[in-house]
Design a protein around this ligand. Structure first.
Ligand code: UD1
Ligand code: MG
Length: 460
């Protein structure tokens, strides 16, 4: 059992309704706003990651008409997410009402979240629920805004939340309030629908504001509480500047987590991580490293400067770079080494194997302790299909060889430098594929004498 108060009420089921029907006009994009990425995944996915997922918990996502792409992203994250369509964009309360069928079933908490708050944390949602459990019908996540312009203001009386006033509808005195609405609200599932149905649209924008639920609840004598969050955690993203701001904040969070877990980031500011990056202890990451989604780096590995990794697993004590590119499907086993200007794709590099310089290894299996010389290329593609290359344990492939797949190099075999290998090589054999070297004694000396004479004659 978890004694943390934020977990004590996890047994009461929770429905999370994520609003993602906004147009995001200020992004100037063909892509809907909530599908723009922060740290390697869509903002919507980040919000869905924060939603309670105990058994009995449910998720609804409200999307705009003809927004199959948003629905697909929601289901990619949670296959059982219920999708509702808000046919017309008539305000946040109208959007929540689109999920009526789910709300009618809701027994416990209902959390309403906006799809453009990528930094929101699961702990914060748990805090809202814990506060709800103390008797409030409605709990709003508030924050103190450095600049409150544009946000709804939280109006309090005797320590109770009385109303949320939207910026456009606020009086000058109300505008001076800096305590703002983040947009995250936890409701008692038993009252949310009757509150939503009582909301009208007599305001500056003619929209149905979810925030009007507070005044209605107060008139009915229901308790409304505020839980506070950091402004950085609840920032909403409406344009590309805010997207970059959210990215920077998320990167700070991810780097901090990696360092506190025992990784050394020599120059943290220059290391880019992804939402799902897994980094073991005693990993060292040098400056200018980009880590895309799906990367796990085991303890003691070193990622040298200016490397690019995406969809890869780096084993314990492995060494990568500088200037290496590890593409999806690269797996480096314990102590493997991938050096400078090497690209690896969909390939396993066995324990202790070395690919030290200037190679392309794609669709391949490299055995333990094998040595791949400088400039070795696996020729994996004929313009139509991809083929596999296998290099056995302890094999040695000489520099500048081309391994034309499909092909197998046996355990312990040698491939002479510069060979173009098109046939399998047996274990412990030497394969050479190059013309024989010829040597003409004294030729160079005779050549120089001859040419010098020609040059002297031409000048005279
Ligand atoms: C909203 C809040 C405001 C709060 C601010 C925090 C309301 C009325 N106001 O204002 O108090 O301080 O967020 O950022 O709720 N959406 C739909 N359908 C609609 C309208 C909106 O799905 O018809 C979605 C949007 O995609 C967005 C969210 O709801 O994710 C919020 O809408 P937005 O128009 O951005 O509200 P704000 O004016 O920012
Ligand atoms: Mg907004």
């Amino acid at each position: 059992m978890n004694d943390d108060p934020s977990h004590r009420h996890a047994m009461r089921p929770c429905l999370t309704v994520v609003l993602a029907a906004g147009e995001g006009k200020r992004m100037h994009s063909v892509k809907p706003k909530v599908l723009h990425h922060v740290a390697g995944q869509a903002m919507l996915a980040h919000v869905l990651d924060a939603a309670p997922r105990e058994s009995g918990d449910k998720i609804s996502v409200v999307v705009g008409p003809a927004r199959e792409d948003v629905a697909v992203e929601a289901r990619r994250k949670h296959a059982d997410a219920q999708i509702f369509i808000q046919a017309e964009r008539r305000g946040t309360a109208h959007a929540v009402r689109a999920a009526r069928a789910a709300l009618e079933q809701a027994e416990g908490d209902v959390i309403v979240a906006y799809g453009d708050m990528p930094l929101v944390l699961p702990e914060t949602l748990a805090k809202l629920r814990a506060r709800r459990a103390l008797g409030a019908s409605l709990v709003v996540l508030g924050f103190h805004a450095a600049d409150p312009t544009g946000y709804g203001r939280l109006l309090e009386k005797d320590g109770q939340l009385e109303a949320i006033r939207e910026d456009r509808d606020a009086s000058p005195a109300e505008r001076a309030v800096t305590l703002c609405n983040s947009g995250l609200v936890a409701f008692d599932g038993a009252v949310i629908l009757s509150l939503l149905d009582a909301i009208g649209n007599a305001n500056a924008q003619g929209e149905y504001y979810l925030t009007d639920a507070i005044e209605i609840a107060r008139r009915r004598g229901l308790r409304c509480d505020i839980v506070l969050a950091d402004e950085a955690e609840v920032m909403g993203v409406n344009d590309r500047l805010q997207l970059a701001e959210a990215e920077a904040l998320m990167q700070q969070r991810l780097r901090k987590k990696a360092m506190l877990a025992g990784a050394t980031l020599v120059d943290p500011q220059s290391v880019h991580l992804s939402f799902d990056t897994k980094i073991g202890s005693d990993v060292v990451i040098e400056p200018q490293v980009f880590i895309g989604p799906g990367v796990a780096i085991a303890s003691g590995a070193v990622i040298h400067a200016s490397s690019h990794l995406e969809g890869v697993s780096v084993g314990a004590k492995a060494s990568v770079g500088p200037f290496a590119r590890l593409r999806p499907g690269a797996v480096l086993e314990t102590g493997a080494k991938v050096g400078n200007f090497v690209e690896i794709k969909a390939a396993l590099i066995g324990a202790g194997a070395k690919v030290s310089h200037l190679s392309y290894i794609g669709d391949a299996t490299i055995g333990a302790e094998a040595n791949i010389g400088a400039g070795v290329i696996t020729c994996n593609y004929d313009g139509f299909f991809k083929y596999h290359t296998k290099v056995g344990a302890g094999a040695f492939v000489g520099s500048n060889s081309a391994l034309v797949a499909p092909v197998n190099i046996g355990d312990g075999a040698y491939v002479g430098s510069g060979s173009v290998i098109t046939k399998d090589v047996a274990a412990d054999a030497l394969a050479l594929e190059r013309s024989q070297q010829i040597e003409k004694p004294g030729w160079a000396q005779r050549f120089r004498v001859n040419r010098l004479a020609m040059k002297a004659k031409a000048r005279s």
